[in-house]
Ligand binder design. Structure first.
Ligand code: NAD
Length: 489
């Protein structure tokens, strides 16, 4: 166990707030003890950030010079890949195979936005008057708040830090209460990469206190948030009062759809991965499974067989598919949804409770769970569970399927399994969701925009243009034949 300092305005210090612990969800042992930021720390971090982004030493950097800092950070992350993956596994309990992927994704994100920064161009609109030249350039917004959840820390933090810095802003990161370690390591990495002082602060602390103080601060000019829909809505209200932009990556209740012509084995494997990887703690978890009635029985059987082969256990060990949930309180919440499903008339096909193995008794593990016999109106089909719980629902025709899939407050993602690509594309077009996977699930590309429809979010992360979400346009009019104004004619 170590004592950690937090990073405020370019200085490592003991936070002025309450004591916080990072614990290992597999056995409850303490990884690190630290003190949260205080409201004073928030004030100092934000006023230093406001000076830092305006300073000539940052503002005057040419795009390739800013890009170099991001590229160096990416190299440092890649060099420390294994250690960072282990740290994240300790912090949130995801198996090493997954956290290695998240670390690689953070490095790739930093490299991608370094490139986006170098190639970003202003605009030269076509002339409407011969003696007038107009230009439109992109400028930073100022201080950006990056507020993140616990499920994929290093990746979701870099998805905000990299475009925000590439665009010339300063960033205040508020990591989730349960997972402060990776954000603090990112601060170290950016310091080593040569980022000038004050441009990045990491302020761990309670969302309702520290997160809210950051969001409300008058010098914060953008809220970039990933987390639950309720918190996102609250932040959107704050942003509306301040008239500042937000980007909100929120919750989901995504559907996997198996059409009558699907490759059954491929679909079964993709569906099991789509819901049970990360122990279901993924915004895009495919938690509702709509299956054409002709394939319902064989698919149920194959999903059951594959799920029995999944290995639950210490996420640091090789070959483990499912680690613990983030903590015991969350496990109780997940289990209460299973009880609710049974009370609503559902049948439990497997799982539904913590594993019995004594070796796993200290961790907040929960078994992969399959339910059926419910309608799409059941609360377990409408509310985000954020755990390894899958509900199977048969369908007979596609009109009925579409109505049910789209009957959700959420609209984050969906998967379609079919051997007829043209047909799958037509179906994809009609789904009210931000991402559709066809014959695969839960794969990502930093070059492809990601975000939700409906209550799953506002705005897009990833993709070349997402750097512009951290910028504002300024237009310039240059008189080529100077004259004061129209009255002088
Ligand atoms: P959460 O909303 O409880 O917390 C997210 C962050 O917001 C944390 O840092 C928290 O401290 C902070 N926060 C909480 N209240 C706040 C307030 N009043 N003001 C400012 N900040 C506040 O979410 P969580 O439980 O940490 O994460 C799980 C949720 O995140 C799920 O709903 C999941 O679907 C969602 N998520 C979405 C995406 C996406 O890309 N769409 C990705 C990952 C997770």
């Amino acid at each position: 166990m170590s004592e950690l300092n937090i990073f405020v305005a370019g200085e490592w210090r003991v936070g002025g707030g309450e004591e916080m612990l990072s614990t290992f969800p597999a056995d409850g042992s303490i990884n690190a003890r630290l003190h949260a930021a205080s409201l004073d720390d928030v004030e100092q971090a934000i006023s230093a950030a406001d000076q830092a982004w305006r300073a000539a030493s940052w503002r005057g950097l040419l795009p390739h010079q800013r890009a170099l800092i991001l590229a160096r950070a990416a190299d440092l992350i890649s060099q420390q890949q294994e250690e960072l993956a282990q740290l994240q596994t300790q912090d949130n309990g995801k198996p090493l195979a997954e956290t290695r992927g998240l670390v690689a994704s953070a490095a790739a994100t930093a490299r991608y936005f370094a490139a986006a920064c170098e190639v970003l161009e202003g605009e030269w609109p076509s002339n409407r008057q011969p003696a007038l030249l107009t230009l439109s350039q992109y400028q930073p917004l100022g201080v950006v708040a990056a507020i993140t959840p616990w499920n994929s820390p290093i990746a979701s933090e870099m998805q905000k830090i990299a475009p925000a810095l590439a665009a010339g802003n300063a960033v205040i990161v508020k990591p989730a209460e349960a997972t402060p370690l990776l954000a603090l390591r990112l601060a170290q990495i950016f310091e080593q990469a040569g980022l000038p002082r004050g441009l990045l602060s990491v302020l761990p602390g309670r969302g309702s206190v520290i997160g809210e103080a950051i969001a409300r601060h008058p010098l914060v000019r953008k809220l970039s948030f990933t987390g639950s829909t309720n918190t996102g809505r609250r932040l959107a209200h704050i942003a509306a009062d301040k008239l500042i932009p937000t980007s909100l990556e929120l919750g989901g209740k995504s559907a996997s759809i198996v059409l009558a012509d699907a490759d059954l084995e491929l679909a079964a494997r993709g569906i099991v991965y789509g819901i049970f990887s990360s122990a279901g703690q993924a915004c895009i978890a495919g938690s509702r499974l709509f299956v054409h009635r002709s394939l319902y029985q064989p698919l149920r059987q194959r999903i059951s067989e594959l799920s029995r082969q999944l290995r639950l256990g210490d996420p640091r060990q090789p070959g483990i598919h499912i680690g613990p949930l983030i903590n015991h309180a969350h496990r109780e919440r997940v289990q209460s949804y299973v009880q609710l499903a049974l009370a609503e008339g559902g049948h439990l096909l497997f799982g539904g409770e913590p594993p019995a193995a004594p070796a796993l008794s200290q961790g907040s593990y929960f078994q992969p769970t399959l339910l059926e016999g419910l309608s799409n109106q059941a609360r377990v089909c409408q509310e985000e569970i954020f755990g390894p719980v899958l509900v199977m629902l048969p369908f007979d025709d596609e009109a009925e399927l579409l109505t049910q899939v789209n009957d959700s407050l959420y609209g984050l993602a969906a998967g379609i399994w079919s051997q007829n690509l043209g047909h799958a594309m037509q179906l994809a077009e009609q789904l009210d969701v931000g991402t559709v996977w066809i014959n695969t699930y839960k794969v990502f590309s930093i070059a492809t925009p990601f975000g939700g429809f409906k209550q799953s979010g506002l705005g897009r992360e990833k993709g070349r243009d997402s750097i512009k979400a951290y910028m504002q346009q300024k237009s310039l009019y240059l008189a080529l034949n100077p004259h004061p104004n129209l009255w002088s004619d």
